[in-house]
Ligand binder design. Structure first.
Ligand SMILES: *[C@@H]1O[C@H](CO)[C@@H](O)[C@H](O)[C@H]1NC(C)=O
Ligand SMILES: *[C@@H]1O[C@H](CO)[C@@H](O)[C@H](O)[C@H]1NC(C)=O
Ligand SMILES: *[C@@H]1O[C@H](CO)[C@@H](O)[C@H](O)[C@H]1NC(C)=O
Ligand SMILES: *[C@@H]1O[C@H](CO)[C@@H](O)[C@H](O)[C@H]1NC(C)=O
Ligand SMILES: *[C@@H]1O[C@H](CO)[C@@H](O)[C@H](O)[C@H]1NC(C)=O
Ligand SMILES: *[C@@H]1O[C@H](CO)[C@@H](O)[C@H](O)[C@H]1NC(C)=O
Length: 398
């Protein structure tokens, strides 16, 4: 039997039992709170004292203090908190002369209000909903969302852990109208919000990806623009995108435009010698009611130049960037650096000459230092020898 008691399995069971029993012992302790009561802010909240008898006076405490918010106590010992605000939250305990009768934690907030829901449709197989509370409730809430096509069975919209988004996969795109209903529930109530959506009108691709703008050698008025379908738009599924390219010389107010179904285009009327801004966006080609994607970020590129006139370097002319809207974020890979070519060979020769010269000076100085040091050493050596012979001479007995 003793061997059985000391066996690891038995010890584990004993440890587990004592561990799981401890909290329940603690809960019986006098200071502990037996439950949570929820109340509405700015209302009157009534707390029951429990088994007090009418006529016996009771004392209420808030967070262990006898200072209570604005209140009254009824004859049967109930505490009525009047027009409560946030600072009335906390632990309330009710005592009579025999001791603690009841302890309760009060949490205050608002019932849910309507939600403000928005919807994003990046392709034909995906709908993404997100929402914000119009009323701050201060209380934990649960959400439940149902998506339904007109005349269809509802199905859950899959919620993520934040409870602020949900996703529908493969919606019935051929139905003109769908409905999303989101229900928020907290301790004080429940509220549903519904919206009707037209998926084909909300369809809005992500912007095109891998956009490159390049000069074309030998053509001072041409620029080559290439891009790819957004990765969230599967080209194979037969939904072709229409692309919209716009471009203008920096400083100009007027955009030129090109529309195409291809994934590259050659601009042939660029302004020679000028930096150009270029952007691309996309839309479902078949569905003219759908939305254009956002523009890609702006690319700044200058067409090819022959550099026949090296006396006037290009970068002396001030670049008049467009003041509004667009972040000037040139892509280094597509930017041309205009001031590297003219006069470069002359500069390089000068640099090499300078380097050679400084190496020569350095070597000379080092050799001089070395020679001086050697001579110093030899001198010291000689002095030491002299001294030694003098000592020897002194030690010779006369
Ligand atoms: C709260 O109680 C006070 C005093 O009894 C009363 O005047 C007031 O109307 C009550 N307010 C609400 C919202 O019930
Ligand atoms: C209220 O009671 C809970 C549960 O016993 C405890 O965790 C919390 O610290 C208490 N709060 C105050 C302000 O006493
Ligand atoms: C909350 O209500 C109490 C009275 O119960 C009052 O003294 C206090 O100033 C109020 N606090 C705020 C932030 O309104
Ligand atoms: C009581 O404690 C709660 C937290 O448990 C806090 O929110 C509240 O402000 C406290 N009130 C007072 C008056 O101490
Ligand atoms: C969510 O809502 C649907 C329909 O409104 C209902 O059938 C379902 O029980 C709800 N689920 C939860 C967890 O509340
Ligand atoms: C549709 O978009 C979603 C979200 O952006 C993406 O996860 C999904 O892969 C896309 N579907 C297709 C077929 O491209």
């Amino acid at each position: 039997m003793p061997s059985l008691l000391s066996s690891p399995a038995c010890l584990t069971v004993i440890w587990f039992l004592s561990w799981s029993l401890c909290p329940s012992h603690a809960q019986i302790g006098t200071d502990e709170v037996s439950g949570v009561q929820y109340g509405r802010l700015e209302s009157n909240v009534t707390l029951e004292c429990g088994r007090s008898e009418i006529g016996i006076p009771v004392e209420w405490r808030h967070n262990h203090s006898s200072v209570l918010p604005w209140h009254k106590v009824t004859s049967d010992g109930r505490l009525v908190l009047l027009h409560v605000n946030q600072s009335a939250q906390g632990n309330y305990s009710c005592y009579d002369n025999s001791g603690l009768l009841r302890s309760v934690r009060l949490r205050l907030g608002h019932p849910p209000g309507l939600l403000s829901i928005s919807c994003r449709v990046p392709n034909h197989t995906h709908v993404h909903f997100s929402w914000r509370e119009s009323v701050k409730t201060f209380l934990p809430a649960e959400f439940n969302a149902t998506f339904r096509g007109k005349g269809q069975e509802g199905r859950p919209c899959i919620m993520d852990i934040t409870n602020r988004h949900c996703d529908v996969h493969n919606p019935a795109f051929w139905l003109t109208i769908h409905m999303l209903s989101v229900t928020e529930t907290n301790a004080l109530g429940s509220q549903s919000t519904s919206i009707h959506v037209k998926l084909h009108e909300l369809l809005k691709p992500d912007p095109p990806e891998s956009v490159f703008v390049k000069e074309i050698e030998g053509f001072p008025m041409r620029l080559m623009v290439t891009w790819q379908y957004p990765s969230t738009w599967q080209r194979e599924n037969a939904f072709i995108l229409l692309f919209h390219i716009r471009y203008k010389p920096c400083g100009s107010k007027v955009w030129s435009e090109i529309f195409t179904e291809e994934d590259e285009v050659v601009i042939s009327d660029a302004l020679a010698d000028h930096l150009h801004q270029v952007q691309v966006r996309a839309r479902d080609n078949m569905n003219s009611e759908s939305q254009w994607s956002e523009w890609t970020k702006q690319h700044l590129v200058r067409p090819w130049t022959a550099h026949t006139n090296p006396d006037t370097p290009e970068d002396t002319e001030p670049l008049d960037y467009d003041d509004d809207l667009f972040i000037t974020e040139p892509k280094t890979s597509t930017m041309k650096t205009p001031n590297t070519v003219p006069g470069d060979e002359g500069n390089l020769g000068l640099v090499i000459l300078l380097v050679l010269f400084s190496v020569f000076i350095l070597t000379t100085v080092l050799s001089l230092i070395f020679i001086v040091w050697m001579r110093q050493r030899r001198h010291e050596h000689a002095t030491k020898q002299e001294l030694a012979s003098m000592v020897k001479m002194k030690s010779i007995p006369i």
